[in-house]
Write a protein that binds this ligand. Structure first.
Ligand code: EPU
Length: 350
């Protein structure tokens, strides 16, 4: 186990923010965590688990020991009559994992193509796109409790998945409560890919692709290609223009609140949910407040999707975490003043 000091984090966060980890250790195997916890000097030190850095805003040098997860490995672990079970190391890149499953003839993750980040980050925020959420393809995961060193396995119910939410985002408020934020390091994730495969193509952007191409019976590879094209047209590539994907969650309101807003803004984009609530498109709310294309300091609102905040300074003169958060707060204030809705940021602020 090698602990590195003063490690630049700019290559390890998709905003491209400049900051350093005071101490960083690379975790290539579960045994590296055991070694770390066996070491008096580090056992009780505060720790921060870093995956692909695609959903974080770094606001200064990181003092806790950074555990950079680099656990690799992709394999088919079980072939059941109703599903293939595939396992991936938490340090595998998410998109490469999706591509690998398709290359193996194991479809089911194609709607989640091109999402930045690593496999280990996927369950933390229950990544979702174009009609599929991770929880729809999830079997179980292995993790290590960083306080006790114990390994454990969680199924979907134990992960308590919600919209961009899981047990890994919550701190246990009491000794009998279950919350694993800052406490668990995910080592491997297993996916359940249903057999026979069925296309999920109900999302409006995918319906448009079907109409455009005249292909109404897409195969997994068609959907993969369409998703990649849709994302490329709508979302900036973080390697070219730093960003962390959607910066806010889509808020839910009661039907009464929604009716109120519709009375004032008939064009608001809204979707009725199964539980009776109504989900609003945060991108539309931000757009309606005039933020699209605006820049404050080196932080900007992407011109093609107002839900995405971007680094306008590039690698040379990059945005700071403070600038990103200042812009985010200004957006929250104007959306609240106009619509009475509090937008909740999606990324983790470090
Ligand atoms: N809209 C506007 N103006 C904008 C942006 C959006 O009017 O500037 C409207 C669009 O016209 C559309 C609606 O808002 O009618 C929804 O936009 P979009 O289809 O782009 O989806 P989204 O709700 O903004 C969510 C996820 C994305 C995911 C897409 C596709 C969240 C927070 N975001 O975005 O996930 O890729 O749906 O499923 O749920 C991410 O989490 O980082 C992410 C990119």
């Amino acid at each position: 186990m090698i602990v590195e000091h003063n490690v630049p984090l700019q290559p390890h966060n998709s905003f491209g923010i400049v900051a350093r980890a005071q101490h960083l250790v690379r975790i290539a195997d579960a045994s590296d965590v055991a070694d770390l916890l066996a070491d008096e000097a580090w056992r009780n030190a505060p720790k921060f688990v870093l995956g692909g850095g695609s959903n974080i805003v770094i606001t200064g040098d990181v003092k806790p020991l950074v555990l950079k997860v680099e656990i690799k490995g992709l394999r088919l672990v079980d072939e059941q009559p109703r599903a293939w079970i595939v396992e991936a190391g938490a340090g595998e890149l998410w998109h490469d994992t999706v591509r690998w499953t398709l290359d193996q003839g194991l479809p089911g993750l194609e709607n989640l193509a091109l999402i930045p980040g690593t496999v280990g980050g996927a369950p933390v925020q229950n990544i979702g796109a174009y009609g599929v959420e991770l929880q729809d393809r999830f079997e179980s995961l292995d993790a290590i409790d960083l306080e006790t060193g114990r390994s454990f396995t969680l199924d979907a119910a134990q992960c308590a998945f919600g919209y961009r939410d899981s047990v890994f985002k919550h701190v246990a408020p009491g000794p009998n409560d279950f919350g694993l934020a800052g406490r668990a390091l995910i080592t491997r994730v297993r996916f359940r890919l249903p057999r026979p495969w069925k296309a999920v193509a109900g999302y409006v952007d995918l319906e448009r692709k079907m109409a455009e191409t005249g292909n109404f019976t897409p195969n997994p590879r068609d959907i993969f290609d369409w998703i990649c094209a849709i994302r490329k047209a709508k979302l900036p590539d973080w390697r070219v223009l730093g960003n962390a994907g959607s910066f806010f969650k889509n808020p839910t309101v009661t039907p009464e609140q929604c009716a109120d807003i519709i009375a004032r803004d008939p064009k608001i984009v809204h979707y009725p949910m199964a539980d009776g609530s109504v989900k609003l498109a945060a991108g539309w709310l931000i757009d309606a407040c005039g933020w699209k294309g605006k820049t404050v300091g080196n932080a900007g609102v992407y011109e093609r999707q107002a839900l995405v905040l971007v680094n306008r300074g590039g690698q040379k003169n990059p945005v700071t975490g403070g600038e990103v958060m200042t812009l985010a707060k200004a957006i929250q204030t104007s959306v609240y003043e106009r619509f009475g809705i509090r937008l909740e940021p999606e990324p983790v602020v470090v």
